[in-house]
Write a protein that binds this ligand. Structure first.
Ligand code: SAM
Length: 231
């Protein structure tokens, strides 16, 4: 597997599935709430895909920046967000000055990076001191991941090579000069089911305070949401 294979896989996926490959826009407000975002500021979404996160950040009147390795994704994101600064980049090298951004998000993507240390150090470099980060990352310890996917060998290796435990992610982030403020369990898988089962349970009804409640079974999280700040 190499970078070209990963890029081709995402290009094909976006061409065939479009936004149906991703969560609906409404499911991204939670990340802004968890970062404590108010109005204004500069946000960079690394591996921005079709720009779902940036569409939400637009509602917060932010200056929008996004990069992705998929040219298909960036083309589609540009159509949806003509005023955003969007470019095709490998996240291992970001074309921005030091200390530029107030908020950095990277959702469902860090586990897909081939050189995670480079990717993280670049984000820390371009973040302002005290900038807030939101990372959503795959949990390697969840039963369904460990036994069903790894055990049966049906992990999509082109897209999910690097799931890790919460402790392993925490250590990597600390080593890069990031302070972990909080870790939450992603609620989307649960919400998606209840949304399908009940026409009334619209995602817009999600109270973000629900996600703030401490949970005892973090090891069964499908994905973790890390809220961090630059030390
Ligand atoms: C599951 S998608 C998530 C997209 C978006 N963050 C979201 O949540 O809507 C993962 C994204 O990572 C991008 N990606 C993978 N490796 C990358 C790299 N090295 N540099 C930049 N983007 C990358 C893919 O093209 C894809 O758009």
């Amino acid at each position: 597997m190499n970078q070209e294979t990963i890029k081709d896989w995402f290009n094909d996926t976006y061409k065939s599935r479009g936004t149906s490959y991703l969560r609906p826009k409404e499911a991204y407000y939670i990340f802004m709430e968890l970062m404590g975002a108010k109005s204004g500021g500069k946000i960079l979404d690394v591996a921005c895909g079709l720009g779902q996160m940036l569409k939400v950040a637009k509602d917060y009147d932010m200056d929008l920046y996004g990069v992705d390795i998929s040219d298909v994704a960036i083309g589609m994101a540009k159509e949806a967000l003509p005023n955003a600064h969007l470019s095709v980049e490998n996240a291992e090298s970001l074309p921005f000055e030091d200390n530029t951004f107030d908020f950095i998000t990277c959702l469902g993507s860090l586990e897909r990076m081939l050189d995670l240390d480079k990717v993280l150090s670049e984000q820390v470099r371009v973040a302002k001191p005290g900038a807030r980060f939101c990372y959503m990352v795959r949990n390697s310890e969840r039963m369904s991941w460990k036994i069903v996917k790894q055990g049966l060998g049906i992990i999509n290796k082109k897209g999910h090579q690097g799931a890790k435990s919460m402790e392993a992610w925490t250590e990597i982030f600390n080593q890069q000069g990031l302070k972990v403020d909080r870790v939450h369990q992603d609620q989307w898988p649960k919400k998606r089911w209840s949304r399908w089962l009940s026409l009334n349970d619209r995602i817009t009804k999600v109270d973000y305070k629900e996600i703030m409640k401490p949970v005892s079974n973090m090891e069964q999280a499908y994905e973790f949401i890390f809220i961090l700040s630059k030390k």
